[in-house]
Ligand binder design. Structure first.
Ligand code: FMN
Length: 397
């Protein structure tokens, strides 16, 4: 085994947490939590990944509050589901892997029925694109007291996660979700201390990080996923992302996951490969939404050809700029990819689709230096997040 494969498949620490290797299952909302409660299939999915040898899995979506969810089929951090979460964590632990939870807030972007008659709140007034067909076409702007309250909500959820037994927390700073709506000039039009300059637009993110850190303590691992670019004209660019990463590093984060794109404005930038559009139209049950997708879909779902390790050039800039751990994500699907990423100085690798395709990725990659995962990046798995049975790889039996 080469030195880089050796490095990847041996133990490593994030803050005080020891992982058996450097492969972390990426956050992939699995759609196995109807009405916000984990189904047995969610536990089975993560246990199976742990059996396959990963160092840590990530439970997503972990809404900071019920109103922090895009859909009511997403988890939110609440005492009612503590026993089920503890069971999942204990099952994963029994197979030698650790469990992180992706702590998120949807902000201005929701079709959660709880918002009926109200607006989801983000940094500024705007269109709630995902809520149009559900009669919630607009998003409102948070007042300053509401921002302070939302920071506390993140901290409460983080403490709940630590007390429940999660080994780490991944804060979602990217993909157009609640925190990144503040960071991006595309969605943040505020004129107060939370808008304008990058320092001001980062204020909410840094307050959340500080509050989560204060809630869980200095020795608890906190990592964060950022978008290195939004993929829209007036959004975040890589030069901004380098500064964002430096600020998070200085704010005490243990690791940064270098993703890109926005779920609501340019999703294909984060995935690459075959468009999600056809599968989403096929799966959509709301006729208005189906029509809307057919109408605006081709503009929203821009095409980006798949390339192995497609975020490496931009992620390398983040790697060079910060002292904290950097977690590579995006198109890693073979030992050759792992060698390239480890050779470039990254500390951990997150895998999404490769693990959905082959939960035994780690076992297979350790046994065969020429291992290549068979995921074709058809992206059908990502169109199944609202399917009653949740996601699966359609290419394997
Ligand atoms: C089915 C599916 C669901 C996803 N859900 C999330 C999510 O809940 N949070 C998130 O940050 N990213 C999500 N992603 C994006 C992945 O975390 C990852 O950024 C993307 O798949 C690229 O990595 P990969 O090439 O290893 O698959 C999802 C991806 C897939 C395929």
């Amino acid at each position: 085994m080469s030195q880089y494969l050796e490095k990847c498949f041996s133990g490593a620490k994030i803050n005080s947490l020891e992982l058996r290797n450097r492969i972390i299952k990426a956050a992939t909302f699995e759609g196995m939590s109807a009405n916000g409660a984990p189904k047995p299939s969610l536990g089975a999915f993560h246990s199976r990944l742990a059996e396959g040898g990963i160092g840590m899995t990530t439970l997503a979506y972990c809404g900071a509050e019920s109103n922090g969810r895009v859909m009511d089929s997403m988890l939110y951090m609440d005492e009612q589901i503590k026993p089920q979460l503890q069971q999942i964590i204990s099952d994963v632990h029994s197979h030698g892997a650790k469990v992180s939870g992706q702590l998120s807030h949807c902000g201005n972007f929701s079709k959660n029925k709880e918002f009926k008659g109200r607006r989801p709140l983000g940094p500024s007034f705007g269109i709630n694109s995902v809520g149009i067909a559900s009669g919630m076409p607009f998003a409102g702007a948070l007042t300053i007291p509401e921002i302070k309250e939302r920071v506390k909500t993140f901290a409460r959820a983080a403490l709940f996660m630590k007390n429940t037994g999660f080994d780490a927390i991944e804060i979602h700073f990217g993909h157009g979700y609640g925190i990144s709506q503040f960071i991006s000039p595309r969605t943040n039009k505020r004129k107060d201390e939370y808008g304008g300059s990058l320092e001001n637009r980062m204020r909410f993110a840094l307050e959340v990080l500080a509050a989560v850190r204060a809630a869980v303590g200095d020795d608890f691992p906190i990592i964060g996923k950022i978008s290195m670019m939004d993929g829209v004209g007036d959004g975040i660019k890589i030069d901004d992302a380098v500064e964002i990463a430096k600020m998070l590093d200085k704010g005490g984060i243990d690791g940064i996951i270098t993703s890109g794109g926005t779920s609501s404005m340019n999703p294909m930038l984060m995935f690459r490969g075959d468009t999600l559009l056809n599968g989403m139209i096929e799966q959509e049950t709301n006729p208005i939404m189906k029509f809307g997708l057919k109408l605006v879909g081709p503009k929203l779902f821009r095409q980006y050809p798949y390339e192995d390790t497609y975020f490496l050039p931009q992620a390398q800039r983040i790697r060079d700029a910060v002292d904290c751990a950097v977690v590579y994500i995006g198109g890693c699907s073979s030992n050759a990819d792992i060698e390239r990423v480890m050779g470039a100085g990254f500390d951990f690798i997150q895998l999404g689709r490769s693990l959905i395709h082959d939960p035994d990725f780690v076992k297979h990659a350790m046994a065969d230096a020429n291992y290549k995962n068979g995921c074709s990046h058809c992206n059908k798995c990502a169109t199944l997040i609202e399917h009653p049975d949740g996601i699966r790889c359609v290419e394997v039996a």
